[in-house]
Design a protein around this ligand. Structure first.
Ligand code: FAD
Length: 254
């Protein structure tokens, strides 16, 4: 993948600036020029495309601030191998693909509870056309549950995982579940997903996301962010379509 991207950069004559973080973008006075602020200095330009990823920032629920367990608290993005988690009971919060994979892996060495809001989040049928192993019509309509690519909850339960309902809060070492149960796990792993990487865009742009890659700020476009375009914007196919559309918007700008 890396060599493909390097070859592609060369082919189109792109000069990437690696390790530079976008911090803000604003209009320069009433002109059509935009100023992009980065941690390596400011750039003035007519067009900016925010393609900083739909799942860019690890997300943890607010109640993590009230949690004090004797073992470890980490987000799935920090997890590498089972020995990171001290021996004892582990509570995995979040029953999507990351949570299910973690439950299966940690089961060999820990006693595992997987807390999940059921049923799984629903997505437009066209968003993930073929990947789950389940045949889906490529242009299906309606909503389907987010596919689980590995074990089902029933398979995990059979293997020994305690499938629990959603967590509603924590006090010290105790975690409260929505069915009134209370757990005192040694460690907690948050498989609670990610938030979009649009946090560097101005508040009014984020509040009024615009349509189809256009934002409320002329010259500022987005690609790969479903909130600003199509629900399948966070798939490879969706990003490709967004990118082509944004390129057309930019070419056609007066
Ligand atoms: C495990 C996994 C499996 C997947 N499988 C599939 C699949 O089978 N089929 C499918 O269609 N899709 C799949 N996807 C989704 C697909 O990978 C994404 O939709 C696609 O890679 C998103 O591309 P992107 O360029 O929009 O964002 P990203 O690839 O997330 O790129 C965003 C970039 O922006 C950078 N960035 C973030 N903030 C800033 C900032 N402030 N300043 C500068 N740079 C910043 C990030 O470092 C990153 O390099 C999968 C995703 C994951 C995580």
């Amino acid at each position: 993948m890396a060599s493909y991207l390097a070859a592609f950069e060369k082919h189109i004559g792109l000069i990437p600036r690696w390790g530079v973080q976008a911090i803000d973008v604003r209009r320069v006075g009433n002109s059509t020029t935009l100023e992009l602020r980065t941690d390596a200095g400011d750039v003035q330009t007519r067009n900016v495309v925010c393609a900083t990823g739909a799942h860019a920032r690890p997300h943890m629920p607010a109640w993590v601030a009230d949690l004090r367990v004797p073992g470890t608290v980490l987000h799935s993005s920090q997890y590498q191998y089972p020995r990171q988690i001290p021996a004892g009971d582990v509570l995995i919060v979040g029953g999507g693909n990351a949570g299910v994979l973690l439950a299966r892996e940690l089961l060999a060495s820990h006693r595992v509870t997987l807390a999940t809001r059921t049923p799984p989040r629903r997505r437009p049928a066209a968003a993930y056309p073929t990947m789950s192993g389940v045949r889906r019509r490529p242009f299906g309509i309606g909503q389907v549950p987010e596919p689980l690519f590995t074990d089902s909850y029933a398979e995990l339960r059979e293997a020994g995982v305690d499938i629990a309902p959603a967590v509603v809060g924590a006090t010290g070492a105790d975690v409260m579940l929505s069915d009134g149960r209370q757990l005192s796990p040694t460690s907690v792993v948050f498989a609670t997903g990610y938030r979009p990487g649009d946090d560097w865009l101005p508040d009014d742009v984020r509040a009024h996301p615009g349509k189809r890659g256009r934002t409320s700020m002329p010259g500022l476009f987005t690609a790969g962010l479903p909130r600003y375009g199509y629900p399948d914007g966070d798939t490879i196919q969706g990003v490709l379509r967004d990118a082509a559309r944004v390129a057309r918007h930019i070419i056609q700008r007066p």
